[in-house]
Design a protein around this ligand. Sequence first.
Ligand code: C2O
Ligand code: CU
Ligand code: CU
Length: 535
Amino acid sequence: MKTTTDLQRRKLLKYAAIGIAGATAYPGWAKATNDFVRVNTSSADFLADVEIELTMNTADVPILSGNKTHVWKVTGKVIKGASDVLDNNDGTYLAPTLRLKKGQKVRLTLNNNLPAQSILHWHGLHVPANMDGNPMYAINSGETYIYEFEILNRAGTYWYHAHTHSVTARQVYSGLAGLFIVSDDQEQALNLPSGGQDVALVIQDRSFDSQNQLAYSAHMMQRMQGFLGEQILVNGQPDFVLPVATRAYRLRLLNGSNSRIYKLAWDDGTPLTVIGVDGGLLERPEQHDYVMLAPGQRRELWMDFSERAIDSELTLRSLAFDVASHGGMGMMGGRGMMGGGMRRGGMMSVSTLPSGSDYPILKIRVAKKEQGSNTLPKVLTPITALRIKDAANADNPKTIALSMRHMSALLNGRSYKMNDVQPDEMIPVNSLQLIEFDNGFDSGMHGMMNMPHPMHLHGEQFQIVKREVNSRSGDSYASVASGLIHNGWQDTVLVMPGEKVTILKPFNDFKGPFMYHCHNLEHEDMGMMRDFLIK
Ligand code: C2O
Ligand code: CU
Ligand code: CU
């Protein structure tokens, strides 16, 4: 595989000032799909089982009634492989859903036909550094990036999205995100609900102006808190209704929102049966009254509708919770309060749908009678527990302190810079590392804002080994605690105010830069992101 040396020298974005999905500022961007300039080459000795061409383009899609909405849309074409490896999600802004198998070798040819630089990152996949969509590999309009990798991950609901320096939030918001679903033999042998009973649900929030165009604002308040849209969309649609038959379903939920955290529950009090997390199936199903879903995270639910009456409905809601601890500045954000301009966590809420309020996400309608086998296996998949004593730094955990102040969001007091790896950010390849995310646990609250941070690491999935909270975490931790899932393989962990989360993460096989960052995309763009250098 060739690396792209000229990309390393690439200058920072020139396009940051272009408005959301604005296409007019860049004449001549509309290219035919065959004259893109390749900035790296495919390698002759990589024999792809599946080849897909993905093109990022501007598009107008119907979302609300009336005017279409201008979005950034990825459209795919299968060059080699079965046609069902790709579903373009036509008529929505969602990027294609890819369905691939563990062990397959995939070549993804990404064409940029947008009026801006961009690059796609495969969130949760264990791929070589130069295939990971690090912002240093962003391509210009008119250029092509070729990804080649083998799918090493176990079966699971992974996803992909833009990861462009300082504009990831805007680009994902414009539409550059989709699902990357991996299956494997072990998972297939379980006979979980499949076909029409295997449903992926991408939860996002958006705001629209009076012309039905996406509204995005990056004023200081929205950036500190993270952008909060005023409307919940599922699979790119408002008021989403899923018709189901009277049988069991596998529901794959992805939080593809910029910053919104969900506290998911069925409105009739039925507990949620969780069968999978970011990195695939759990060892055994878990029941929770509610489940937290932070940006970037995935949770798979198993839900049996066989006892339900035809035409009955069930709503998946986000329940109220405390978004911030009662530290720092005075805070009066009550539970479930609605309306804009309200103080929460020491900040004015900037959304009419505040974070931590109570609102519906989607509705399920039992539409038809159907027979099916509805048994959920008691054991899903074996998971080998990582052990602290096997970590290369078992006695000396790597601490990452999360902090926010004024206009910055920092990791260990540092802001993101390309090619700026510090000594404590170097990790030997093929080592297991003990890492702790400290959100004001040891060191007190950093700065004036105590916020939850969904921390994500690129590369291999990790395991959570410990969660600790101090007294300052107050009601905020208590209001989410039983919806946190500690088991299984994860790539994004919600670190609440006053909390310290310790994880074990393997860094196997691939050298090079792998990012770690907050998946609140406004925080990420504000600098709450760094690279580890695996060497
Ligand atoms: Cu989902 Cu670095 O991102
Ligand atoms: Cu990622
Ligand atoms: Cu954050």
